[in-house]
Design a protein around this ligand. Structure first.
Ligand code: GLN
Length: 186
């Protein structure tokens, strides 16, 4: 199994480390030519959604990434990756705009910018969740479903080939969310 990790900016290295713990190969996508060739899924990491959007466009990767996901490639967006995939963003512009979720950016305010929680994730039991200036999902629609909530806010969702978490599963020692994604890629 080989997973592409968008490595333009943000927390991509931690994803590659988590993948290697699960015996999956990772391939860092730094430029357009890296996106050719075969892989089984794509991770869009946390970072800064506006910066990642700008780099995707500047490097000519934006349309390639969008159409690969539209064509059914499994994708896992964490935090800023969630924002990039959302069709609606409450306090920001649209980016890839592929998933029927309404995201709220920097939703926890300055003081609660970063925090840790434990909560149930559908089918995985209770897992640790690390939030860093995280968004949350205000609502899901269409075929999108909520997979986890913290304080009555949706923090993980799935729609067909797309998985998103507001938190950073790559920053904890618990590999279950990455395993869940690898199963989507099989
Ligand atoms: N606040 C960031 C954004 O709006 C997301 C933070 C993160 O990815 N840890 O893109």
């Amino acid at each position: 199994m080989k997973i592409a990790v968008l490595a333009l900016q943000g927390a991509f290295e931690e994803h590659s480390k988590m993948l290697s713990k699960l015996d999956a190969q990772s391939k860092e996508i730094r430029q357009k030519s890296d996106f050719y060739g075969s892989f089984d899924g794509l991770i869009i990491p946390g970072g800064e959604s506006t910066v990642m959007d700008k780099l995707l466009r500047e490097l000519g990767l934006f349309d390639d990434v969008k159409s690969a996901i539209q064509g059914g490639m499994p994708v896992f967006g964490t935090c800023a990756g969630l924002i990039l995939l959302a069709k609606e963003i409450e306090n920001g512009g649209e980016h890839l705009g592929l998933m029927d979720i309404r995201a709220c950016r920097n939703a926890y305010g300055r003081q609660l910018g970063s925090f840790a929680a434990h909560s149930d994730f559908a089918g995985l039991g209770e897992i640790p969740m690390t939030f860093i200036r995280a968004p949350y999902i205000k609502s899901v629609s269409g075929t999108a479903v909520s997979l986890a909530e913290v304080d009555n806010k949706i923090v993980a969702a799935r729609q067909e080939n797309m998985l998103v978490t507001a938190f950073h599963p790559e920053l904890n020692n618990n590999p279950t969310v990455h395993e869940y994604f690898l199963n989507m890629c099989r």
